[in-house]
Design a binder for this molecule. Structure first.
Ligand code: NAD
Length: 349
C-alpha cells in the first residue's frame, strides 16, 4: 500500500481534479500537490479540499532539479503522477523554449529524482506520466490514434510532450523505472482556463463578445469531461500494467464550429436569450500555423483491459461545465483580469 503520492501540476485544470480524486478517495495516502503556480496554476481550484488532513501543497518549479530532489528526499513518495506542464499550443508558438524547459527538462528532473530516491528498490513504486494525443500528429477524415501509432508532433507544445514521453520510456528501458503513461484527448470542464476554446467561448458569450474560431472551423477534436480523465488516471495509476501506455478519449468527435454552435444553443437556453442570439457572435480568425486537422483517440485498450468508460455524454458534460462557469463567475473574472487581457489582445486582435 502506497503512503505518499506527489502530484505535479495539481493547481492546474486537470491536476486539480486529479488531486481531488485522490485526496477524497484515498484518505490513508498523503497527497502532495507540487506546483510552481504559473498563470495556469490556481489554488482557488482546490478550496474545497485544502483542509483535508491528507492534503499538502508545496510550491516548487520542476525545472529546479536541486529543489525537486530535496522535496523528494524529504517526502519519500512511493508514487508520482506528473501533470505539470506548459499546456497551451498558441503560447508554445510564441515561446517554445518555456515548453522545452518545463515539459522536457522538468520531466527529466522528476525522473532523476524518482530514480534517486527509489535506488534501493522499485518494488511498490510508480511514475505515471500524463500526456496528450497531440504527440501522434494529425489524422485525415478517417482512422484513430492507437497506442501503437507512431509519434509525429507538429507544434512546439506537442514536440515537447512527445520528447517527455520518450524520456519516460527511456528511463523504463534503461534503468527499469516503473512507469505508466496516459495519452488523452482534449479535456473540458470546471476550472478550465479561458484561453482554451470551450471556457473562452463561455466567457465571451456571457460578455456578448466575439467567439473567435480558427480558419473555417472544420478542425476536429475528441472531447472528454475532465472528471472522467481524473478517474482514468486513478485507474491506470493503480491497475495499469507496468511499462504500458493507455490512450484515453471520449469516443466523442466534434468539429470546432459544431461544438461552438452546440455551446451557443445551450447558453441561449440557460441565459434566457433568443435561440440563435449567441451564434451571431461567431467570428472566423486567421488560422494557427501548423494546425492539425483531426485528432481522434481509440480508447479500446483502457476500456477492455481496465473497464474504463466516460461517465457522461458530451451534451451532459457541456451542460455541467456551463452551469459551473455561470455559478463561478467570480473565478472567471479573477482569472481573466490582469495579464490575461494582454494575452487575449495579442492573440485575437
Ligand atoms: P494547465 O496549464 O491547466 O496546468 C498546468 C499546471 O502545471 C499549472 O498548475 C502550472 O502552475 C503548473 N506548472 C507549469 N509549469 C510548471 C513548473 N515549471 N513547475 C511546476 N509546476 C508547473 O494544464 P492542464 O490542461 O491541466 O494539463 C495538465 C497535463 O495534462 C499536461 O501535462 C498536459 O500536457 C496534459 N494534457 C492536457 C490536456 C487538455 O486538454 N488540457 C489533454 C491531454 C493531456
Amino acid at each position: 500500500m502506497m503512503k505518499k503520492i506527489v502530484i505535479t501540476g495539481g493547481a492546474g485544470f486537470i491536476g486539480s481534479h486529479v488531486v481531488r480524486q485522490f485526496v477524497l478517495n484515498y484518505p490513508d495516502i498523503k497527497i502532495i500537490n507540487l506546483d510552481s503556480l504559473t498563470y495556469a496554476g490556481n489554488l482557488e481550484n482546490l478550496k474545497d479540499i485544502e483542509e483535508e488532513p491528507n492534503y499538502q501543497f508545496v510550491k516548487a518549479d520542476i525545472t529546479d532539479s536541486k529543489h525537486i530532489l530535496e522535496i523528494f528526499e524529504e517526502f519519500q513518495p512511493d508514487g508520482i503522477i506528473h501533470l505539470a506542464a506548459e499546456s497551451h499550443v498558441d503560447r508554445s508558438i510564441t515561446n517554445p523554449l518555456d515548453f522545452v524547459m518545463t515539459n522536457v527538462v522538468g520531466t527529466v528532473n522528476l525522473l532523476n529524482a524518482a530514480k534517486h530516491i527509489w535506488k534501493d528498490s522499485f518494488e511498490g513504486k510508480r511514475f505515471h506520466h500524463v500526456s496528450t494525443d497531440e504527440v501522434f500528429g494529425a489524422l485525415g477524415e478517417e482512422g484513430f490514434f492507437t497506442e501503437e501509432t507512431n509519434y509525429d508532433p507538429h507544434s512546439p507544445y506537442s514536440a515537447s510532450k512527445a520528447s517527455s514521453d520518450h524520456f519516460v520510456r527511456a528511463y523504463a528501458d534503461t534503468y527499469g523505472l516503473p512507469i505508466v503513461m496516459t495519452n488523452c484527448s482534449n479535456n473540458y470542464g470546471p476550472n478550465h482556463f479561458p484561453e482554451k476554446l470551450i471556457p473562452l467561448c463561455i466567457h465571451n458569450i456571457i460578455n456578448n463578445s466575439p467567439l473567435p474560431i480558427y480558419g473555417d472551423g472544420k478542425y476536429t477534436r475528441d472531447w472528454l469531461f475532465v472528471i472522467d480523465h481524473a478517474k482514468a488516471i486513478d485507474l491506470v495509476f493503480h491497475e495499469g500494467k507496468n511499462g504500458e501506455s493507455y490512450n484515453v478519449g471520449g469516443f466523442n468527435e466534434w468539429k470546432n464550429i459544431d461544438l461552438v454552435k452546440e455551446l451557443c444553443r445551450q447558453m441561449d437556453e440557460k441565459l434566457g436569450r433568443n435561440a440563435g442570439d449567441s451564434e451571431q457572435l461567431i467570428t472566423f480568425v486567421k488560422d494557427r500555423p501548423g494546425h492539425d486537422l483531426r485528432y481522434a483517440i481509440d480508447a479500446t485498450k483502457i476500456n477492455k483491459e481496465l473497464g474504463w468508460m466516460p461517465s457522461v455524454t458530451f451534451e451532459e458534460g457541456l451542460s455541467k461545465t456551463i452551469d459551473w462557469f455561470l455559478n463561478n463567475q467570480e473565478w472567471l473574472n479573477n482569472v481573466t483580469s490582469g495579464d490575461y487581457q494582454n494575452y487575449y489582445q495579442k492573440q485575437y486582435n
